[in-house]
Design a protein around this ligand. Structure first.
Ligand code: BG6
Length: 470
């Protein structure tokens, strides 16, 4: 079968900080990325910031029209927490923020597109960072209050929710320093503490939806997880074991508590980290414990599996204990990005089969949940005739189709990252992922459809992968 199932959704994903601009307009509070780009421009590859970015804050109607023209049926965007709650807590609500997102959602619905909302895509209100950010367990409640407000205000219109985008990546901001808040807290085991707080915050928001909104609003809630599809470097048992550890210390770290029967971190993580903690003379394990009540709340807190997939990586047993960019603390693995054809980002290789393998892995590991690919795409340096992007999307989509047809995986949708060329975190505007280009040198940030936009339109119209050669 060449066609995607009738109910399969094709969509596009964006995130607030990367495209909105209007960083201090209409009462928006400062967030950690505003702070980082304004104080440490040396950390951003081209020294830029996202104060204006695509100016989507003012131009969203034009962009939603493009989504409609391309016949995409879903649009996933994130809400800027500090635009709604400038201080991060519900003691002060910025009405202008609510008006703005209501307008955005209404415009999406008016164009017969399904709105999908992410509550948190890396842009923590700075005021909450000032009290320790995600290291502070109080943030579990602050996030739950914010989520509840969003369900209450927009839940009549929004039926697809995700709480966090890629929590494993946001942790880099606390130990590997690639993201805001750009701290180095590894020695305090901040990574494990943050993950613990994020899983609890997700589950708390999910249960609030269950108790107070689900029966009336009938929506779905999930958390967006990611991780490389790992390949063992050799056939040796050591490297095969390293592959398991790499998967469990990344995707499994967050997925296992939520999707497995145990409701705890993966067994291999628990065993290894508990032992290491003992050997390091710690009073208790670096990997925190959930209480029984927490496990009850966390286990099963999903309506579908939201997966961001980009690339595969090669993993081997880390005998020498070498440090690499993706060592994964305590996992004893050595990660290399593989010899597959490159994209603009050094970590993202052209390895289409990986998406099928990862989907199959999730199917087998977590009892066949519905899987929505919430992000997939590749970066380049800004080619309007972006043939490479088309080849990338095409070959990854072919593998998604194989996952559905040959492996009977329950894949329900696929969103492209991303609609517009945008602020790509520490790469600034250097890397472009959009199917639509933005002229960042012009005041009105003119949009221009790339060749990949026509590929996407044809995909959506025919519900099958366009046959043309690119
Ligand atoms: C995804 C993030 O993982 O990767 C996006 O959700 C990001 O926000 C994309 O833009 C590309 O990442 P990078 O590091 O190349 O900018």
């Amino acid at each position: 079968m060449d066609k995607f199932p009738n109910e399969f959704l094709f969509g596009v994903t964006t995130s607030s900080f990367q495209i909105e601009g209007a960083w201090n307009e209409d009462g928006k509070g400062e967030n950690i990325w505003d702070r980082l780009t304004h104080t440490r421009s040396d950390l951003i590859r081209d020294g830029t910031n996202a104060d204006i970015s695509c100016d989507y804050y003012h131009k969203f109607k034009e962009d939603i029209k493009i989504i409609k023209e391309l016949r995409l049926s879903a649009y996933k965007f994130s809400i800027s927490w500090s635009r709604i709650l400038p201080n991060g807590n519900i003691n002060y609500i910025n009405e202008a923020g609510i008006i703005y997102y209501n307008e955005v959602i209404d415009e999406i619905l008016k164009n017969n597109i399904i709105p999908m909302v992410t509550l948190y895509h890396y842009d923590l209100p700075q005021k909450l960072q000032d009290i320790g950010g995600w290291c502070n367990p109080l943030l579990v409640d602050y996030f739950a209050d914010y989520a509840k407000l969003m369900f209450k205000l927009f839940g009549d219109k929004v039926k697809w929710w995700t709480t966090f985008n890629e929590p494993s990546e946001m942790i880099f901001g606390y130990n590997e320093c690639r993201y805001a808040p750009y701290l180095s807290l590894e020695c305090f085991d901040a990574d494990y503490i943050i993950a613990h707080n994020v899983v609890k915050a997700h589950a708390k928001a999910y249960r609030i939806y269950d108790r107070e909104f689900r029966s009336k609003q009938q929506g779905k809630v999930s958390i967006i997880l990611c991780g490389f599809n790992f390949k063992p470097k050799t056939d040796s048992q050591e490297d095969k074991d390293a592959e398991i550890r790499a998967r469990q210390f990344t995707l499994g770290w967050f997925a296992h508590p939520i999707y497995s029967e145990q409701g705890d971190y993966p067994y291999v993580m628990r065993e290894l980290i508990d032992t290491k903690s003992k050997n390091e003379g710690k009073m208790k394990s670096k990997l925190p414990q959930f209480t029984t009540e927490e496990i009850d709340e966390i286990k099963g807190s999903f309506d579908y599996f939201a997966l961001n997939h980009y690339s595969s990586a090669v993993v081997s047993n880390n005998k020498m204990n070498c440090k690499t960019e993706h060592t994964y603390r305590d996992a004893d693995v050595f990660v290399e990005f593989g010899d597959w054809p490159p994209t603009a980002a050094h970590w993202c290789k052209f390895a289409p089969w990986g998406i099928k393998e990862q989907i199959c892995w999730i199917k087998n590991e977590y009892n066949n949940p519905p899987i929505y690919v919430t992000e997939n795409g590749c970066g380049d340096l800004g080619d309007i005739n972006d043939v490479k992007r088309i080849q990338f999307l095409k070959s990854y989509l072919e593998e998604v189709l194989k996952a559905i047809n040959e492996h009977k995986c329950n894949v329900i949708g696929y969103n492209i990252w991303t609609l517009l060329d945008a602020f790509e975190w520490c790469n600034g505007f250097r890397h472009k992922y959009g199917i639509v280009s933005v002229d960042f040198n012009s005041c009105n940030r003119e949009r221009k459809l790339k060749l990949s936009a026509s590929f996407v339109k044809s995909l959506c119209e025919t519900r099958s992968i366009p046959k043309e050669k690119y």
